[in-house]
Each structure stands twice: as C-alpha cells, then as structure tokens.
Design a binder for this molecule. Structure first.
Ligand code: SF4
Length: 477
C-alpha cells in the first residue's frame, strides 16, 4: 500500500517538514511513501502500478486551488483512489471537502490520523470514524472530533528527508530546516496560532502550551544529518527558539560538543535577553530572525496584538548584534487600517535596530484569523478574499486590502525598496518623496532581488556556500 504526496513542481524545493514527518510515521507503520510531481502522466503511472493508493495533499492556502483541480483530474480517471487534504488550508477551511474529488480532510495534527487511515484502507475497514478527519460518506460529510495533540514529540520518528532527495537542488550544501518544538503561546492576529489554539480549546484540549522535544532527541536528529551531509548548516524553524532557558542551556552545551555547525533560529523580542543569546552564540548561532512587524505603536499593539514597546524591540536587536550575531527582521506592510506613513515608521524602527536585512511582506488576511475578521468588519477586503482566498495568486506581493491603484503602487514600490532603505537610511527621504511614486516597480524589483542575493552571499554561515549560492543565483549551476 502506497501513500503518494503529489506536489506542485515549483514548490518542491521548499522544506516540507510536515510531509517528511507524515512519511516517517507511515514508513514506521510499514507503508510505502513517495513524493511525486503533480503532473497527470506521472501520477497516473504511479497509481496504475501501486493500487490501492492514497493521494495525500499538504495544502497551504496558496496551493489549495492547484491541488483541488489536480486531484479532480486524477479522480476522474481513478475514482477508487482515496484523496485526503491536510495542512493549514484544510485545517482552517475544512469546508473545502465540498469540492468534487476530495474524499477527506485532516484537521490539525495529521500523524495519528493518516496512520489510522492507511491502516484501515489496507485492512478493508471503514474510514469514517477516524479522529481529526472529515470524511465524505454517501454524499454526506462525517465531521469527526479531534484527538489530543502529540504530547511527547520524542515519540515521533525523525522527519523522513529521503523522500525529497530526488527533487532537491544539486547544491550539496543546502541548509537543513528542522524544529524542536510545536506551539506558540502568543496571539498575534495575523498568525494561525491563535486559531489553532482555539480550535483545540473548543474540543477541550489545551494547545497553548509549547511542546518541546528533549535535547537528546533533537541533537540525535542533527547528528544523523551531520553524518550524511557534513557541510550543511541548520535552520531551526521553531516559532520562538529561545523559550525555556534551561532547555537552551542544555542544548547549547551538547550542540557545541556533538554537532558544532553554524545555525540560524527565530526569536521574539520579548524572549530575548543577554544570557540566552550568549548561550546560543557560544553554541554556533550566526543569524537570528526576529519579527519587528510594525513601527506604529497602535498598529503593532492593538491591530496585530504584539504587545511590545519600541524600546524592547530595539534593545533585543542590540543584544543580538552585541553578541556578534547577524539580525534579519520580519515586517508587514499594508496592515488593515494602517497608512503608508505607518509603513515608514516600520522602516525607521528597523533602521534603529540596525537590521542586517529586513524581510518584508504585504499583509495577508487568511480566513479564520483575527485580522481577517477585523478587515471584513471594516469592509477593507477585496471581494476575492471574502469569497475564497484559495483563488488568490501571487500571495507575497498583492494586498488583500482594498486599495486604489496609486496606493497599491506605493505599497509595492516600498516593499521592493524597504530593506535597502533600512541599510542606507539616508535614502529614505528620497524614497518617500519621490521614488515610491514613480512607475518603476520593475526596476525596484530588480534592486530588491539582487540585494537579497547579495545579502545571502554575505551572511550565509559557510564561506564555501556563499560562493556556491552566488554562482547558483547567477548562472544556475
Ligand atoms: S509570536 Fe510568532 S508564531 Fe507566535 S503567534 Fe505571534 S507570529 Fe505567530
């Protein structure tokens, strides 16, 4: 019995930790798994040779439309193949099961559910009562309750990275993404975490608590990778890596001794202090990513619900930089109810933090988030976002907020010129008075792309990789 994970070709180079973990759980249960390019001939060929088959689609919002349409094409040819959709879009919008061709939706954590599904199908048992699944049954939809979250993450196998090896770039030095914890206790209005926590709370479970693997389990995974890919560096994608100071202390000592490879991690400004940052610096942290998000106090504290002062953010940045760690920030422009002046306040705060690179997005208002409801109530959303966000393309550069074309251009131009302005704040008056008003988005996009390439080259943790990445970006080696 085989579980296929069809994936849109361009998205395969990303780090799909969810699929890797599901694959590991399934393999441990004795099933075969494979990631396949979501192209008809390829998937049909696999199905022909491996029935019975489950098609499992990990579905963030930007792939929802693609996955639904692709799945339907396959189901029209092989109606007995079982299709299941999981991931963020399915979790927050399980109503997507109403689309023709979808047999089931997995809500929340999927490891236990997909294992039960594969087991039942393999044994010819019904699948309609499996917890976490919404399942179609004779034209009706069975909405099963959630099961508790995985309490002890050490019980999960290490992510199955082999499943992606055929699709990875030729670069043997690529970074490895992994995580030590699940969950976040904060309630930023644009983030899925508060909806996720609410979803579980409604069924009597607490999801607010951060669940963290033991240090030994986490280090064990890293040692395994180090043996197989000796020149890599790690990116720890925990929402906030520096939580739990005791854990960090133990991790730092063992990591330095047993792994000793540069790493990158994410922090939240209010969790930063000199003790914890100097610990991870000693262990090998070379770059930290931290959310600044918005420079205006009202937007940051009330609209985004990130209750941190500017001083706290600047101080956290100072601690990071004083410890000799590079700082990349995350920012969001075009927050509902904000103005372009507010976005320039964000730029000023980044400049004050002396960010080495400022990553900037235009606000997304995903369904079921608080910011979506806030925007909807204030009539700020485009129709297409109210109808079905899955239809929206180009998610990183278009705004869900109703803007006239002139404002949309200002926002897009500022996005492209943001990080370079943070680096060279003396150009800000020119950017503000003139540059963002000119119809030169294509030129600014070029500046933006090349600045990013340059930064990657400059700050990648390994020198050899810097050269490789640069050559790769220019001549596609
Ligand atoms: S701190 Fe980060 S992960 Fe946590 S809720 Fe806010 S944005 Fe989400």
């Amino acid at each position: 019995m085989k579980i296929l994970f069809p994936m849109e070709r361009n998205s395969m180079k990303q780090h799909w930790l969810g699929i890797m973990t599901l694959s590991a759980v399934l393999k441990k249960g004795g099933f075969q798994t494979e990631v396949v390019v979501a192209e008809e001939e390829i998937v049909l060929e696999k199905i022909k040779n491996n029935e019975p088959t489950i098609l499992a689609y990990s579905t963030p919002t930007f792939l929802a439309k693609f996955n639904i349409e692709f799945n339907l094409k396959i189901k029209k040819r092989f109606k007995d193949v079982f299709s299941i959709f999981g991931g963020p879009h399915a979790t927050y919008y399980p109503e997507m099961i109403e689309n023709e061709g979808i047999d089931a939706i997995c809500v929340g954590e999927g490891e236990g559910a997909i294992h039960d599904l594969a087991t039942n199908i393999a044994n010819g048992l019904p699948v309609t009562d499996i917890k976490n699944l919404w399942v179609k049954e004779n034209g009706k939809i069975r909405k099963n309750p959630l099961r508790p979250l995985v309490e002890n993450l050490d019980n999960l196998p290490y992510p199955d990275r082999d499943i992606f090896i055929p699709y990875q770039s030729k670069n043997p030095l690529a970074s490895i993404w992994t995580m030590s914890a699940r969950g976040c206790p904060y309630k930023c209005t644009y983030c899925f975490n508060h909806s996720y926590n609410k979803l579980y709370q409604e069924q009597g479970y607490s999801a607010v608590k951060v669940r963290r693997r033991s240090v030994d389990n986490f280090i064990g995974e890293l040692i395994e990778y180090k043996k197989r890919w000796p020149a890599t560096y790690f990116i720890f994608v925990d929402d906030i890596f520096v939580l739990m100071p005791e854990w960090i202390k133990e991790f730092s000592e063992k990591y330095k001794k047993l792994v000793d490879i540069p790493f990158v991690c994410h922090v939240r400004a209010n969790a930063v202090n000199n003790e914890v940052i100097s610990e991870i610096k000693k262990a090998g942290c070379t770059l930290i990513k931290m959310g600044v998000e918005a420079g205006n106090d009202h937007i940051r504290k009330e609209v985004l619900k990130r209750n941190m002062s500017k001083d706290l953010i600047v101080n956290a940045a100072k601690i990071i930089k004083d410890n000799g760690i590079k700082l990349f920030t995350f920012n969001v422009l075009g927050v509902p109810s904000s103005t372009i002046d507010n976005d320039f306040e964000t730029l000023a705060l980044n400049a004050k933090c002396k960010a080495d690179y400022a990553t900037t997005f235009i606000m997304r208002a995903y369904k079921k988030t608080e910011i979506y409801e806030f925007s909807r109530k204030k009539n700020l959303l485009h129709e297409e976002f109210i109808e079905d966000i899955a239809d929206t393309q180009n998610i990183f550069f278009s705004s869900p907020i109703t803007l006239n074309p002139k404002d949309a251009r200002l926002l897009e131009n500022l996005l492209y010129l943001f990080s370079i302005s943070v680096k060279f704040p003396w150009i800000v008056p020119l950017v503000r008075r003139l540059l963002i008003k000119l119809p030169l988005s294509k030129v600014y996009q070029l500046i933006f792309t090349n600045h990013y390439r340059f930064i990657k080259l400059l700050y990648s943790p390994k020198k050899f990789e810097r050269i490789y990445l640069y050559l790769d970006s220019v001549i596609k080696i």
